[in-house]
Write a new protein. Structure first.
Length: 176
C-alpha cells in the first residue's frame, strides 16, 4: 500500500475509528485520541504488509481494538467508574453542558472490555457478528454471548434513566 493510499483510507475511516475508541474509553476523549493516534501509527508502520484481502476498516479496527486492550492491560485499569466522575455528570443527559450520550458511556464503562467492544462494534459501527469475531479474534458464538450479556447489563443499568417504550421493555436493537 502506498503512502497516498494509506492517507486516503485513513481520511475516510478516521472519524468512525475515533468514535469507536471514544466509546471503548467510556467517553474519555483524551484517552480515545491518544489511542487513535497510536493505532494509526501502528497501522502506518505495518501498512506495507497489509494485503487487500478484506476491508481496510476491519484491519484498522483490529489494530485499534488490540491497542485499546494492550493499553488497558499495561495501565492496570479497573473497570469501575470513578465516583467523582459519576457525581459530575447529570443523570438523564439533560443537564446544561452535558453530552447527549454520557449515560450510555457510563453504562458501557461498567461492561468488561470484551462485551464493551462487541456492543460498540455491532451498534456503533454496524459490523456483523462474523466481522466482530475476526476483529476481536474470537468465535462467532463468543461474540453472540458477549452481545447478549452486554445488552442485558446495559438494559439493567439504563432502565432507571429512560422511560420505557410502549412494549414495556427497553430496546437496544437498531431501528429498521
Amino acid at each position: 500500500m502506498t503512502r497516498e493510499e494509506f492517507i486516503t483510507h485513513v481520511e475516510r475511516e478516521q472519524e468512525v475509528l475515533r468514535s469507536f475508541l471514544f466509546a471503548l474509553c467510556c467517553g474519555n476523549k483524551d484517552e480515545a485520541d491518544d489511542l487513535a493516534q497510536d493505532s494509526l501509527v501502528k497501522a502506518y508502520l505495518s501498512s506495507a504488509g497489509y494485503q487487500d484481502k478484506g476491508k481496510f476498516r476491519s484491519w484498522l479496527f483490529k489494530i485499534a481494538h488490540n491497542t485499546f486492550l494492550n493499553h488497558r492491560a499495561s495501565q492496570h485499569y479497573t473497570e469501575n467508574i470513578d465516583d467523582e466522575r459519576i457525581k459530575a455528570l447529570p443523570l438523564g443527559g439533560d443537564g446544561e453542558g452535558s453530552e447527549p450520550y454520557e449515560d450510555l458511556y457510563l453504562a458501557l464503562c461498567t461492561l468488561p472490555p470484551k462485551e464493551r467492544s462487541a456492543i460498540t462494534l455491532f451498534y456503533l459501527t454496524g459490523y456483523s457478528i462474523k466481522e466482530i469475531a475476526q476483529i476481536t479474534d474470537t468465535s462467532e458464538d463468543a461474540v453472540k454471548k458477549q452481545l447478549s450479556r452486554g445488552r442485558d447489563k446495559l438494559k439493567e443499568k439504563l432502565k432507571p434513566l429512560s422511560p420505557l417504550p410502549r412494549g414495556g421493555e427497553p430496546s437496544l436493537t437498531p431501528n429498521p
